[in-house]
Design a protein around this ligand. Structure first.
Ligand code: HAM
Length: 417
Protein backbone atom coordinates (compact mmCIF):
# COMPACT_ATOMS: atom_id res chain seq x y z
CA UNK A 1 0.00 0.00 0.00
CA UNK A 2 1.32 3.45 -0.86
CA UNK A 3 1.58 6.18 1.77
CA UNK A 4 -1.33 8.69 1.97
CA UNK A 5 -0.92 11.69 -0.29
CA UNK A 6 -0.33 15.15 1.11
CA UNK A 7 -1.86 18.36 -0.19
CA UNK A 8 -0.76 21.98 -0.08
CA UNK A 9 -2.36 23.66 2.99
CA UNK A 10 -5.75 25.35 2.60
CA UNK A 11 -5.50 28.76 0.96
CA UNK A 12 -2.08 28.03 -0.57
CA UNK A 13 -1.13 26.84 -4.05
CA UNK A 14 1.73 25.66 -6.19
CA UNK A 15 2.84 27.77 -9.12
CA UNK A 16 3.39 25.59 -12.16
CA UNK A 17 4.12 25.78 -15.87
CA UNK A 18 2.41 28.66 -17.64
CA UNK A 19 1.52 30.33 -14.36
CA UNK A 20 5.17 30.46 -13.41
CA UNK A 21 5.94 31.99 -16.79
CA UNK A 22 3.22 34.65 -16.37
CA UNK A 23 4.75 35.64 -13.05
CA UNK A 24 8.17 35.99 -14.61
CA UNK A 25 6.65 38.30 -17.22
CA UNK A 26 4.86 40.36 -14.56
CA UNK A 27 8.00 40.68 -12.47
CA UNK A 28 10.02 41.78 -15.51
CA UNK A 29 7.43 44.47 -16.37
CA UNK A 30 7.27 45.69 -12.77
CA UNK A 31 11.04 45.88 -12.55
CA UNK A 32 11.43 47.81 -15.80
CA UNK A 33 8.69 50.26 -14.86
CA UNK A 34 9.64 50.82 -11.22
CA UNK A 35 13.42 50.82 -11.58
CA UNK A 36 12.97 53.20 -14.50
CA UNK A 37 11.20 55.51 -12.04
CA UNK A 38 14.03 55.30 -9.51
CA UNK A 39 12.72 52.54 -7.23
CA UNK A 40 15.29 50.10 -5.80
CA UNK A 41 14.49 46.51 -4.96
CA UNK A 42 14.19 45.68 -1.27
CA UNK A 43 13.80 42.31 0.45
CA UNK A 44 12.74 42.10 4.08
CA UNK A 45 12.39 38.96 6.23
CA UNK A 46 9.38 36.67 5.84
CA UNK A 47 8.70 36.99 9.56
CA UNK A 48 9.06 39.96 11.88
CA UNK A 49 8.47 40.79 15.54
CA UNK A 50 4.69 40.66 16.09
CA UNK A 51 4.89 44.10 17.64
CA UNK A 52 5.84 45.63 14.29
CA UNK A 53 2.44 44.81 12.86
CA UNK A 54 0.53 45.41 16.09
CA UNK A 55 2.00 48.93 16.18
CA UNK A 56 2.30 49.61 12.46
CA UNK A 57 -0.85 48.08 10.96
CA UNK A 58 -2.92 48.77 14.09
CA UNK A 59 -4.49 46.76 16.92
CA UNK A 60 -8.03 47.46 15.76
CA UNK A 61 -7.62 46.16 12.19
CA UNK A 62 -8.96 42.78 11.02
CA UNK A 63 -5.43 41.89 9.98
CA UNK A 64 -4.02 42.21 13.49
CA UNK A 65 -7.16 41.06 15.32
CA UNK A 66 -7.71 37.83 13.45
CA UNK A 67 -5.61 37.22 10.37
CA UNK A 68 -2.00 36.95 11.47
CA UNK A 69 0.02 33.75 11.52
CA UNK A 70 1.75 34.32 14.83
CA UNK A 71 4.04 31.91 16.64
CA UNK A 72 6.44 31.87 19.53
CA UNK A 73 9.99 30.75 18.80
CA UNK A 74 12.17 28.75 21.16
CA UNK A 75 13.55 32.00 22.63
CA UNK A 76 9.99 32.93 23.66
CA UNK A 77 9.77 35.76 21.12
CA UNK A 78 6.45 36.42 19.42
CA UNK A 79 6.96 36.41 15.65
CA UNK A 80 4.51 36.87 12.79
CA UNK A 81 4.60 35.90 9.13
CA UNK A 82 4.35 39.29 7.41
CA UNK A 83 0.75 40.11 6.46
CA UNK A 84 1.84 43.16 4.46
CA UNK A 85 5.00 44.98 3.36
CA UNK A 86 4.73 48.64 4.36
CA UNK A 87 5.51 48.28 8.07
CA UNK A 88 8.56 46.06 7.35
CA UNK A 89 9.87 48.51 4.72
CA UNK A 90 9.49 51.42 7.16
CA UNK A 91 11.19 49.37 9.86
CA UNK A 92 14.10 48.82 7.46
CA UNK A 93 14.15 52.56 6.59
CA UNK A 94 14.61 53.38 10.29
CA UNK A 95 16.97 50.50 11.05
CA UNK A 96 19.35 51.41 8.21
CA UNK A 97 19.24 55.16 8.75
CA UNK A 98 17.87 55.74 5.25
CA UNK A 99 16.84 59.27 6.22
CA UNK A 100 20.48 60.15 5.50
CA UNK A 101 20.04 59.27 1.83
CA UNK A 102 18.56 61.49 -0.86
CA UNK A 103 14.81 61.75 -0.26
CA UNK A 104 12.40 60.35 -1.13
CA UNK A 105 13.89 56.87 -0.83
CA UNK A 106 12.00 54.74 -3.33
CA UNK A 107 11.81 51.01 -2.70
CA UNK A 108 9.92 48.20 -4.44
CA UNK A 109 9.29 44.56 -3.62
CA UNK A 110 7.68 41.43 -4.96
CA UNK A 111 7.20 38.87 -2.23
CA UNK A 112 4.70 36.59 -0.56
CA UNK A 113 2.51 37.63 2.36
CA UNK A 114 0.35 35.71 4.80
CA UNK A 115 -3.15 36.33 6.13
CA UNK A 116 -5.41 33.79 7.77
CA UNK A 117 -8.49 34.72 5.75
CA UNK A 118 -11.40 32.60 4.56
CA UNK A 119 -9.97 31.10 1.37
CA UNK A 120 -11.90 31.69 -1.85
CA UNK A 121 -11.23 32.61 -5.47
CA UNK A 122 -8.73 35.48 -5.43
CA UNK A 123 -8.23 35.28 -1.66
CA UNK A 124 -5.46 33.14 -0.27
CA UNK A 125 -3.58 32.60 2.97
CA UNK A 126 -0.25 32.91 1.22
CA UNK A 127 -0.45 35.40 -1.63
CA UNK A 128 2.00 37.58 -3.54
CA UNK A 129 2.19 41.31 -3.83
CA UNK A 130 4.20 43.69 -5.91
CA UNK A 131 4.62 46.90 -3.94
CA UNK A 132 6.29 50.31 -4.13
CA UNK A 133 7.03 52.72 -1.29
CA UNK A 134 8.38 56.29 -1.56
CA UNK A 135 9.55 57.52 1.84
CA UNK A 136 10.73 61.00 2.81
CA UNK A 137 8.63 63.51 0.89
CA UNK A 138 5.09 64.83 1.25
CA UNK A 139 5.07 66.50 -2.16
CA UNK A 140 1.72 65.76 -3.86
CA UNK A 141 3.70 64.85 -6.99
CA UNK A 142 4.97 61.76 -5.15
CA UNK A 143 1.36 60.71 -4.55
CA UNK A 144 0.41 61.27 -8.17
CA UNK A 145 3.53 59.52 -9.47
CA UNK A 146 2.95 56.53 -7.22
CA UNK A 147 -0.68 56.17 -8.30
CA UNK A 148 0.18 56.66 -11.98
CA UNK A 149 2.83 53.93 -11.81
CA UNK A 150 0.30 51.39 -10.56
CA UNK A 151 -2.17 52.50 -13.24
CA UNK A 152 0.52 51.92 -15.87
CA UNK A 153 1.48 48.52 -14.51
CA UNK A 154 -2.12 47.33 -14.48
CA UNK A 155 -2.62 48.59 -18.00
CA UNK A 156 0.58 46.91 -19.20
CA UNK A 157 -0.61 43.65 -17.68
CA UNK A 158 -3.90 43.94 -19.58
CA UNK A 159 -6.03 44.11 -16.40
CA UNK A 160 -9.60 44.59 -17.59
CA UNK A 161 -12.31 46.98 -16.38
CA UNK A 162 -10.07 48.87 -13.98
CA UNK A 163 -11.50 51.62 -11.78
CA UNK A 164 -9.53 53.87 -9.47
CA UNK A 165 -11.18 55.12 -6.28
CA UNK A 166 -9.48 58.03 -4.58
CA UNK A 167 -9.95 59.87 -1.33
CA UNK A 168 -8.12 61.71 1.42
CA UNK A 169 -8.21 60.85 5.11
CA UNK A 170 -6.60 64.12 6.15
CA UNK A 171 -4.31 64.58 9.09
CA UNK A 172 -4.72 62.69 12.36
CA UNK A 173 -5.92 65.88 14.10
CA UNK A 174 -8.70 66.59 11.60
CA UNK A 175 -9.59 62.93 11.62
CA UNK A 176 -9.92 62.92 15.41
CA UNK A 177 -12.47 65.73 15.26
CA UNK A 178 -14.32 63.97 12.44
CA UNK A 179 -14.19 60.67 14.30
CA UNK A 180 -16.08 62.14 17.23
CA UNK A 181 -18.67 63.55 14.86
CA UNK A 182 -19.10 60.16 13.21
CA UNK A 183 -19.26 58.32 16.54
CA UNK A 184 -22.03 60.64 17.70
CA UNK A 185 -23.91 60.00 14.45
CA UNK A 186 -23.47 56.21 14.77
CA UNK A 187 -24.65 56.21 18.38
CA UNK A 188 -27.73 58.13 17.28
CA UNK A 189 -28.54 55.34 14.79
CA UNK A 190 -27.22 52.45 16.85
CA UNK A 191 -30.40 50.34 16.61
CA UNK A 192 -30.10 50.07 12.78
CA UNK A 193 -26.45 49.02 12.75
CA UNK A 194 -24.99 45.53 12.51
CA UNK A 195 -23.69 43.87 15.65
CA UNK A 196 -20.12 44.08 14.36
CA UNK A 197 -20.26 47.80 13.52
CA UNK A 198 -21.93 48.60 16.85
CA UNK A 199 -19.18 46.80 18.75
CA UNK A 200 -16.58 48.91 16.96
CA UNK A 201 -18.07 52.39 17.29
CA UNK A 202 -15.44 53.26 19.87
CA UNK A 203 -12.50 51.41 18.35
CA UNK A 204 -12.90 51.97 14.62
CA UNK A 205 -16.04 53.86 13.57
CA UNK A 206 -14.74 54.43 10.01
CA UNK A 207 -15.12 50.75 9.25
CA UNK A 208 -18.90 51.27 9.25
CA UNK A 209 -18.53 52.56 5.67
CA UNK A 210 -17.17 49.15 4.70
CA UNK A 211 -20.13 47.12 5.99
CA UNK A 212 -22.26 44.80 3.79
CA UNK A 213 -25.14 44.96 6.28
CA UNK A 214 -28.25 46.55 4.72
CA UNK A 215 -29.31 48.57 7.75
CA UNK A 216 -25.79 49.88 8.24
CA UNK A 217 -25.50 50.76 4.55
CA UNK A 218 -28.68 52.84 4.77
CA UNK A 219 -27.46 54.69 7.84
CA UNK A 220 -24.10 55.36 6.21
CA UNK A 221 -25.64 57.06 3.18
CA UNK A 222 -26.32 60.19 5.25
CA UNK A 223 -23.33 59.93 7.58
CA UNK A 224 -20.94 62.89 7.79
CA UNK A 225 -18.07 62.58 5.30
CA UNK A 226 -14.41 62.89 6.14
CA UNK A 227 -13.65 64.70 2.88
CA UNK A 228 -15.86 67.57 4.06
CA UNK A 229 -13.91 67.77 7.32
CA UNK A 230 -10.34 68.13 5.93
CA UNK A 231 -8.31 71.08 7.17
CA UNK A 232 -7.00 73.63 4.69
CA UNK A 233 -3.55 72.09 4.15
CA UNK A 234 -4.92 68.62 3.60
CA UNK A 235 -7.61 69.87 1.26
CA UNK A 236 -5.00 71.78 -0.79
CA UNK A 237 -2.72 68.74 -0.87
CA UNK A 238 -5.56 66.57 -2.11
CA UNK A 239 -6.57 69.14 -4.75
CA UNK A 240 -3.01 69.14 -6.09
CA UNK A 241 -2.86 65.33 -6.24
CA UNK A 242 -6.08 65.37 -8.28
CA UNK A 243 -4.80 68.12 -10.57
CA UNK A 244 -1.61 66.15 -11.26
CA UNK A 245 -3.57 62.98 -12.02
CA UNK A 246 -5.78 65.00 -14.39
CA UNK A 247 -2.63 66.34 -16.04
CA UNK A 248 -1.41 62.78 -16.60
CA UNK A 249 -4.88 61.61 -17.79
CA UNK A 250 -5.16 59.05 -15.00
CA UNK A 251 -8.91 58.60 -14.53
CA UNK A 252 -10.34 58.28 -11.00
CA UNK A 253 -13.54 58.54 -9.00
CA UNK A 254 -13.61 60.41 -5.72
CA UNK A 255 -15.03 58.08 -3.11
CA UNK A 256 -15.27 59.64 0.33
CA UNK A 257 -16.35 56.28 1.81
CA UNK A 258 -13.10 54.58 0.80
CA UNK A 259 -11.84 52.70 3.82
CA UNK A 260 -8.57 50.82 3.78
CA UNK A 261 -8.02 47.92 6.13
CA UNK A 262 -4.84 49.33 7.69
CA UNK A 263 -4.55 52.04 10.33
CA UNK A 264 -1.41 53.84 9.17
CA UNK A 265 -2.98 55.93 6.42
CA UNK A 266 -3.08 59.73 6.39
CA UNK A 267 -4.13 62.06 3.56
CA UNK A 268 -4.25 60.34 0.11
CA UNK A 269 -5.75 56.83 -0.08
CA UNK A 270 -6.66 54.89 -3.22
CA UNK A 271 -7.77 51.54 -4.48
CA UNK A 272 -7.80 50.00 -7.93
CA UNK A 273 -10.60 47.52 -8.55
CA UNK A 274 -11.38 45.33 -11.53
CA UNK A 275 -14.96 44.39 -12.34
CA UNK A 276 -13.52 41.27 -13.98
CA UNK A 277 -12.72 39.87 -10.52
CA UNK A 278 -16.10 39.34 -8.84
CA UNK A 279 -16.26 39.48 -5.06
CA UNK A 280 -12.57 40.09 -4.35
CA UNK A 281 -12.41 43.07 -6.68
CA UNK A 282 -9.43 44.91 -5.13
CA UNK A 283 -6.42 44.53 -7.41
CA UNK A 284 -4.21 46.99 -5.61
CA UNK A 285 -4.31 49.84 -3.17
CA UNK A 286 -2.33 52.14 -0.99
CA UNK A 287 -1.93 55.61 0.33
CA UNK A 288 0.06 58.02 2.44
CA UNK A 289 1.38 57.02 5.85
CA UNK A 290 2.96 60.20 7.16
CA UNK A 291 3.07 58.98 10.78
CA UNK A 292 4.28 55.42 10.33
CA UNK A 293 8.05 55.89 10.34
CA UNK A 294 7.81 57.91 13.55
CA UNK A 295 5.54 55.29 15.09
CA UNK A 296 8.29 52.76 14.44
CA UNK A 297 10.97 54.79 16.17
CA UNK A 298 12.22 57.05 13.35
CA UNK A 299 11.99 60.82 13.01
CA UNK A 300 8.87 62.47 11.56
CA UNK A 301 8.94 61.20 7.95
CA UNK A 302 6.18 61.20 5.36
CA UNK A 303 5.68 58.27 3.01
CA UNK A 304 3.35 56.88 0.38
CA UNK A 305 3.02 53.61 -1.49
CA UNK A 306 0.88 50.78 -2.76
CA UNK A 307 0.74 47.05 -3.14
CA UNK A 308 -1.08 44.99 -5.75
CA UNK A 309 -1.99 41.31 -5.59
CA UNK A 310 -0.12 39.21 -8.17
CA UNK A 311 -2.83 36.54 -8.32
CA UNK A 312 -5.52 39.16 -8.86
CA UNK A 313 -3.54 40.96 -11.56
CA UNK A 314 -3.14 37.67 -13.41
CA UNK A 315 -6.78 36.66 -12.87
CA UNK A 316 -8.07 39.97 -14.22
CA UNK A 317 -5.44 40.36 -16.92
CA UNK A 318 -5.31 39.25 -20.50
CA UNK A 319 -2.76 36.51 -20.80
CA UNK A 320 0.57 38.22 -21.28
CA UNK A 321 2.53 37.07 -24.28
CA UNK A 322 4.54 34.13 -23.05
CA UNK A 323 8.11 33.83 -24.16
CA UNK A 324 9.54 30.39 -23.54
CA UNK A 325 13.29 30.12 -23.87
CA UNK A 326 14.27 28.46 -27.11
CA UNK A 327 16.42 25.34 -27.07
CA UNK A 328 19.47 25.85 -29.28
CA UNK A 329 20.97 22.40 -29.00
CA UNK A 330 19.72 19.02 -27.88
CA UNK A 331 22.35 16.36 -27.29
CA UNK A 332 20.99 12.91 -28.13
CA UNK A 333 22.93 9.81 -27.13
CA UNK A 334 23.79 7.12 -29.64
CA UNK A 335 24.33 4.40 -27.05
CA UNK A 336 25.16 4.67 -23.32
CA UNK A 337 28.88 5.21 -23.98
CA UNK A 338 28.11 8.65 -25.35
CA UNK A 339 26.82 10.00 -22.02
CA UNK A 340 30.13 11.35 -20.75
CA UNK A 341 31.05 13.05 -24.02
CA UNK A 342 27.56 14.54 -24.23
CA UNK A 343 27.77 15.76 -20.64
CA UNK A 344 31.07 17.53 -21.36
CA UNK A 345 29.57 19.08 -24.50
CA UNK A 346 26.54 20.21 -22.47
CA UNK A 347 28.80 22.17 -20.11
CA UNK A 348 30.80 23.60 -23.04
CA UNK A 349 27.61 24.66 -24.80
CA UNK A 350 26.21 26.41 -21.69
CA UNK A 351 29.53 28.15 -21.02
CA UNK A 352 29.35 29.46 -24.58
CA UNK A 353 25.90 30.88 -23.81
CA UNK A 354 23.79 28.30 -25.66
CA UNK A 355 20.50 26.99 -24.30
CA UNK A 356 21.42 23.32 -24.30
CA UNK A 357 19.81 20.16 -22.97
CA UNK A 358 20.81 16.51 -23.13
CA UNK A 359 18.98 13.21 -22.96
CA UNK A 360 18.28 12.35 -19.32
CA UNK A 361 15.69 9.59 -19.40
CA UNK A 362 17.15 6.63 -21.29
CA UNK A 363 14.88 7.00 -24.36
CA UNK A 364 15.54 5.14 -27.60
CA UNK A 365 17.24 7.19 -30.31
CA UNK A 366 13.89 7.54 -32.06
CA UNK A 367 12.29 8.65 -28.79
CA UNK A 368 15.08 11.18 -28.26
CA UNK A 369 14.59 12.75 -31.67
CA UNK A 370 10.85 13.04 -31.05
CA UNK A 371 11.54 14.64 -27.68
CA UNK A 372 13.99 17.16 -29.25
CA UNK A 373 11.36 17.99 -31.83
CA UNK A 374 8.82 18.59 -29.06
CA UNK A 375 11.25 20.99 -27.37
CA UNK A 376 11.60 22.89 -30.64
CA UNK A 377 15.39 22.48 -30.64
CA UNK A 378 17.20 24.35 -33.44
CA UNK A 379 19.98 21.74 -33.59
CA UNK A 380 20.21 18.12 -32.50
CA UNK A 381 23.56 16.40 -32.12
CA UNK A 382 23.48 12.60 -32.08
CA UNK A 383 26.58 12.11 -29.99
CA UNK A 384 28.86 9.15 -30.40
CA UNK A 385 32.24 9.29 -28.82
CA UNK A 386 34.61 11.05 -31.22
CA UNK A 387 32.21 11.72 -34.10
CA UNK A 388 28.65 12.99 -34.01
CA UNK A 389 25.85 13.70 -36.43
CA UNK A 390 24.68 17.33 -36.23
CA UNK A 391 21.16 17.90 -37.54
CA UNK A 392 19.94 21.37 -38.49
CA UNK A 393 16.25 21.01 -37.62
CA UNK A 394 15.08 24.07 -39.55
CA UNK A 395 16.81 23.17 -42.80
CA UNK A 396 16.44 19.42 -42.36
CA UNK A 397 20.11 18.96 -43.29
CA UNK A 398 22.74 16.99 -41.40
CA UNK A 399 26.51 16.52 -41.32
CA UNK A 400 28.94 14.22 -39.56
CA UNK A 401 31.53 16.21 -37.59
CA UNK A 402 34.04 15.76 -34.78
CA UNK A 403 32.18 15.84 -31.47
CA UNK A 404 34.39 18.58 -30.02
CA UNK A 405 33.44 20.98 -32.86
CA UNK A 406 29.67 20.74 -32.24
CA UNK A 407 29.38 23.83 -30.03
CA UNK A 408 31.35 25.90 -32.51
CA UNK A 409 29.24 24.68 -35.43
CA UNK A 410 25.99 25.50 -33.62
CA UNK A 411 27.22 28.98 -32.67
CA UNK A 412 28.19 29.64 -36.28
CA UNK A 413 24.89 28.26 -37.57
CA UNK A 414 22.80 30.38 -35.17
CA UNK A 415 24.70 33.51 -36.19
CA UNK A 416 23.79 33.04 -39.82
CA UNK A 417 20.09 32.46 -39.07
P1 HAM B 1 -3.91 45.76 1.01
O1 HAM B 1 -5.02 46.52 0.39
O2 HAM B 1 -4.17 45.05 2.28
O3 HAM B 1 -2.72 46.79 1.17
O4 HAM B 1 -3.35 44.71 -0.04
C1 HAM B 1 -2.98 45.10 -1.35
C2 HAM B 1 -3.45 44.08 -2.36
O5 HAM B 1 -2.99 42.76 -2.01
C3 HAM B 1 -4.96 43.92 -2.46
O6 HAM B 1 -5.50 44.91 -3.29
C4 HAM B 1 -5.08 42.54 -3.06
O7 HAM B 1 -4.90 42.60 -4.47
C5 HAM B 1 -3.90 41.79 -2.47
N1 HAM B 1 -4.35 40.94 -1.35
C6 HAM B 1 -4.56 41.29 -0.08
N2 HAM B 1 -4.97 40.23 0.66
C7 HAM B 1 -5.00 39.18 -0.18
C8 HAM B 1 -5.33 37.78 -0.04
N3 HAM B 1 -5.69 37.25 1.13
N4 HAM B 1 -5.25 37.00 -1.15
C9 HAM B 1 -4.88 37.51 -2.35
N5 HAM B 1 -4.55 38.80 -2.53
C10 HAM B 1 -4.61 39.63 -1.48
C11 HAM B 1 -1.50 46.52 1.73
O8 HAM B 1 -1.10 45.42 1.93
C12 HAM B 1 -0.67 47.75 1.96
N6 HAM B 1 0.64 47.34 2.50
C13 HAM B 1 -0.50 48.53 0.67
C14 HAM B 1 0.35 49.75 0.83
C15 HAM B 1 1.63 49.89 0.48
N7 HAM B 1 -0.04 50.90 1.37
C16 HAM B 1 0.97 51.74 1.37
N8 HAM B 1 2.01 51.14 0.84
Amino acid sequence: MSAPKLKAPRGTFDVLGEQAQERVTLEARARTLLEGAGYERIETPTFEATELFARGVGESTDIVRKEMFTFTDSGDRSLTLRPEGTAPVCRAYVEHGMHKRRQPVKLWYLSSFFRHERAQAGRYRQFWQVGAEAIGSDDPAVDAESIALLATLLSQMGVRDVRLRLSSLGSPAARAVYREQLQAYLREHEQSLSEDVRSRIELNPLRAFDSDHDGTKRVMQDAPRLLDALDQDDAAHFAEVRALLDEASVGYEIDSTLVRGLDYYTRTVFEFTSDALGAQSGVGGGGRYDGLVELLGGGPTPGIGWAAGIERILLAGEHPHLTTSPVDLFLALDGPDARRTAFRLLQDARSAGLHAQMELAGRSLKGQLKHADGLGASYVAIVEDGQSVLKDMQEGSQQTIRSDTIVHAVLRGLRTL
